[in-house]
Design a protein around this ligand. Structure first.
Ligand code: AMP
Ligand code: MG
Length: 419
C-alpha cells in the first residue's frame, strides 16, 4: 500500500466550485462522431443527425374538423337572415371522399377527417343543424371557412419536420411518421464502461462473506446511464489492487468513449484510482465543493473520458446527476439540459455548514393552495441509499448557506427532470 503521489497539478490541492467543475468537464467533451440508421420506433431518445424533410403535406388534404355538413361558405345565411334549407346529396367519410360538388342549395354530410368535397370550404357542426330526411336547415351566425383543417397547415411538403440535433421524444416519432418517413439517421450512442472498485464488494447472487457488502453502485449506475441514453458496458467489480485496476482501466479505455467508476478516489491506503489515472491517463480535478461527493476524479484514459466517483452509494448518485450526466449528454451530442429548479417552502430544519453546495434529499409536495412544500427525508448520510430512494428531489443549498429554519424558501431540483 502506498500513499498518494505528490502531484504538480494545482487542481489536486484546490477544491473547485461545482459550476466550475461542470463547465470544465463539458468544455473537455467532444461529441461522438458516427451515425446509424434506425427504424423510427427504435429512435426514442436518440439524437437526429440529418433533418427529416416532409415528403407530403400534413394533413395531406383539406378536411373536416367536425362531424357535420360541408357546404360553400358563400351560401351560408347572412346574419339577420332566416335559416336556410339545403339538400343533403351524399356523405363523405374519413378515407372515403365524396367527389360530387354540391350545387347552390345543396350540402354534403361529412365526418371528422373526411376530405372536403369539391366546391365546399365550410363545415357546420351537426349539433347546429336541424335535419329532416334529406333536408338540413342551417341558421345564421356561421363563418365561411369554419371547422376546416387546411392541407399542409401542420407541415408543408418540403419543410423541415424535425431538425438535425434534436433528441427524439415520442412526439417527434409521431411527426416523422406523419410525413411518411420510416427510418432516420441518428448519432451513435456513446459507449460508457463502468465498474465498481472495492475488495469488500460481492456481486448480487452470491452469499455475503464476513466483512462483505453487496455491490449496489453498479445497479444505480446502470439505471442512470441507461436514462442518459448511452450504451452501458458493465465491467463488474475490480479489486483494490494497483495492477488489476490499471488493467481494467486500460481495457475500458480501449472499449469505450467514457469510463465511470465508483470507489477508491479518496486518500485511503487502498484508494488507487487517482494514482492510476495520473500514471496512465490525463488527470484533472479531484475535489469539488459539493456534499455529498467531495472527492471526484476527472480526466482521460487514452481518448476515453474518465469519471472516478466516490464509493458511497448516495454520493455516486449525486455526483452522477450533477457532474457526469451533463458531460455524457454533451458526449452524445445532445443540447445541454436546464435542470428544473423550483422554489419551495421548507418544512424541516436543515443543518449545513457554509462552504460546499449541498444536495439534501427531500420530499416535494404541494399544499392546499397549490404552493410547493418540501420536507427533508430526515437522515442524510451518504451511505443511506434507501433514504435516497424515498426522496423525489434534491433540496439544493448554495455554498454560502448555513442551515435552514422551517418556513424558509429553498430551491428544489425534482428527480423528474432526469426522466
Ligand atoms: P470508498 O470511496 O472506496 O472508500 O468507499 C466508500 C464507502 O462506500 C465504503 O463504505 C464502501 O464500502 C462503500 N462502497 C464502495 N463501493 C460500493 C459499491 N459498489 N456498492 C455499495 N457500497 C460501496
Ligand atoms: Mg473502496
Amino acid at each position: 500500500m502506498s500513499s498518494p503521489l505528490p502531484d504538480p497539478c494545482d487542481n489536486v490541492r484546490k477544491t473547485l466550485r461545482l459550476d466550475e467543475a461542470v463547465a470544465r468537464m463539458c468544455a473537455a467533451v467532444r461529441p461522438v462522431s458516427g451515425t446509424e440508421t434506425v427504424a423510427v420506433r427504435d429512435a426514442l431518445g436518440r439524437v437526429l443527425d440529418e433533418d427529416v424533410v416532409a415528403r407530403v403535406n400534413v394533413p395531406a388534404h383539406t378536411n373536416s374538423a367536425m362531424d357535420g355538413y360541408a357546404l360553400a361558405g358563400d351560401t351560408l345565411p347572412a346574419n339577420g337572415d332566416e335559416e336556410r334549407e339545403y339538400k343533403v346529396i351524399g356523405t363523405a367519410f374519413a378515407g372515403h371522399p365524396f367527389a360530387t360538388p354540391p350545387a347552390a342549395g345543396e350540402c354534403v354530410r361529412i365526418m371528422t377527417g373526411a376530405p372536403l368535397p369539391p366546391a365546399t370550404d365550410t363545415v357546420v357542426m351537426q349539433e347546429q343543424v336541424d335535419r329532416h330526411d334529406d333536408l338540413a336547415r342551417i341558421g345564421a351566425g356561421h363563418r365561411a371557412g369554419q371547422n376546416v383543417r387546411r392541407a399542409g397547415e401542420d407541415l408543408t411538403e418540403g419543410a423541415v419536420a424535425v431538425s438535425a440535433g434534436t433528441p427524439l421524444e415520442p412526439a417527434h416519432q409521431g411527426v416523422i411518421a406523419s410525413v411518411g418517413v420510416g427510418e432516420v439517421v441518428v448519432r451513435r450512442r456513446p459507449k460508457v464502461a463502468f465498474f465498481s472498485t472495492g475488495d469488500e464488494l460481492t456481486a448480487v447472487g452470491k452469499p455475503l462473506q464476513p466483512g462483505q457488502i453487496y455491490d449496489s453502485n453498479r445497479y444505480s449506475l446502470y439505471g442512470m446511464l441507461a436514462r442518459a441514453g448511452v450504451e452501458p458496458v458493465d465491467l463488474g467489480v475490480v479489486q483494490d489492487d494497483r495492477d488489476v485496476l490499471e488493467a481494467a482501466l486500460r481495457r475500458a479505455g480501449d472499449e469505450a468513449d467514457a469510463i465511470v467508476t465508483s470507489g477508491g478516489v479518496s486518500v485511503g491506503e487502498a484508494d488507487y484510482v487517482t494514482e492510476a489515472l495520473r500514471t496512465h491517463g490525463q488527470f484533472d480535478f479531484w475535489k469539488v465543493a459539493m456534499k455529498p461527493g467531495k472527492p471526484v476524479a476527472f480526466g482521460r484514459i487514452g481518448e476515453a473520458l474518465f469519471f472516478g466517483l466516490p464509493g458511497n452509494p448516495v454520493s455516486v448518485m449525486v455526483t452522477f446527476y450533477q457532474l457526469v450526466r451533463p458531460a455524457l449528454l454533451a458526449l452524445a451530442g445532445r443540447p445541454p439540459e436546464t435542470p428544473i429548479r423550483l422554489k419551495a417552502r421548507c418544512e424541516s430544519t436543515l443543518k449545513k455548514k457554509p462552504g460546499r453546495r449541498e444536495f439534501q434529499r427531500g420530499i416535494l409536495t404541494t399544499d392546499d393552495s397549490g404552493a410547493y412544500v418540501v420536507s427533508s427525508t430526515g437522515r442524510q448520510g451518504s451511505g443511506l441509499l434507501s433514504v435516497m430512494a424515498s426522496a423525489n428531489c434534491f433540496i439544493v443549498l448554495p455554498e454560502e448557506a448555513a442551515g435552514v429554519t422551517p418556513g424558509s424558501e429553498v430551491e428544489v431540483q425534482p428527480f423528474a427532470a432526469f426522466v
